[in-house]
Design a protein around this ligand. Structure first.
Ligand SMILES: *Cc1c(COP(=O)(O)O)cnc(C)c1O
Length: 230
């Protein structure tokens, strides 16, 4: 896509976002040239959903990019990501959290993660259930994973034209986020990542402080559903 168009789209979105909300440009399936254009427009945080694609892109792009991994992650693909990403946003099971913890330990690093909460109507989407996540914190489970820093929650709304449903989904995630922040009392637990190209204004109204926007910046993807399986 034309560099000037990407830069214009980035500037337009940034002008509409409240300053405290961080824009993660979702660059999955897009060439490094397009990522460089968005970088030139000032963006530093990019989201990818496939491990190999991310690893291929990293050496071709500026070192100060913060990569957010946002796709469904299989435990056998965790190792190469450790030390390479700013956040793994899509941690959707305790089993995955444990593997991230153990691989981080082996590498002597702490890994920033967000826990993905399932609030959408579609069963196909990934994530912890709302009650499951509440129990996880009530039972002090984060203590078991000293090499991960649980920095907040990530959520996706139902894929629908019904704005009220979308708002409800985001409100559910936001209220869980606030509840956990209060009881968990960890100063790192501050991020609520929700909102994509079609629904980010609603997500921001409901309290998102990270939005993950792909097609509204880079144009439609030729293939690839959201939250792609590895
Ligand atoms: C692909 C994807 C996005 C971006 O979707 P767009 O509709 O292109 O903005 C955001 N979050 C996740 C988890 C995704 O997989």
């Amino acid at each position: 896509m034309k560099a000037s168009l990407i830069e214009e789209r980035v500037r337009r979105i940034l002008s509409q976002l409240p300053p405290e909300v961080k824009l993660v440009a979702v660059s999955k399936f897009k060439p490094v040239e397009d990522i460089q254009s968005a970088y030139n427009a000032g963006l530093r945080a990019f989201g990818e959903s496939r491990v190999q694609e991310l690893l291929d892109k990293i050496p071709l792009l500026p070192e100060d990019i913060q990569w957010h991994f946002i796709g469904h992650l299989q435990t056998n693909k965790v190792r190469p990501l450790i030390g390479k990403v700013a956040f793994i946003e899509s941690v959707d099971s305790e089993r995955l959290l444990k593997v991230i913890n153990d691989e981080s330990q082996k590498n002597g690093v702490t890994t920033n993660v967000l826990l993905q909460v399932h609030v959408a109507a579609e069963e196909t989407k990934f994530g912890f259930g709302v009650d499951e996540l509440r129990d996880f914190f009530n039972e002090n489970m984060p203590e078991k994973f000293p090499m991960v820093r649980i920095c907040g929650l990530m959520a996706m709304a139902t894929n629908t034209d019904d704005d009220e449903q979308v708002r409800n989904d985001f409100a559910t995630a936001a209220s869980l986020f606030k509840e956990i922040a209060k009881s968990y009392q960890n100063p790192e637990f501050t991020r609520l990542s929700m909102g994509m190209s079609g629904d980010w204004p609603i997500a921001v109204e409901e309290g998102a402080n990270i939005v993950r926007i792909g097609s509204a910046i880079f144009g439609d993807r030729q293939y690839g559903p959201t939250n792609t399986e590895q």
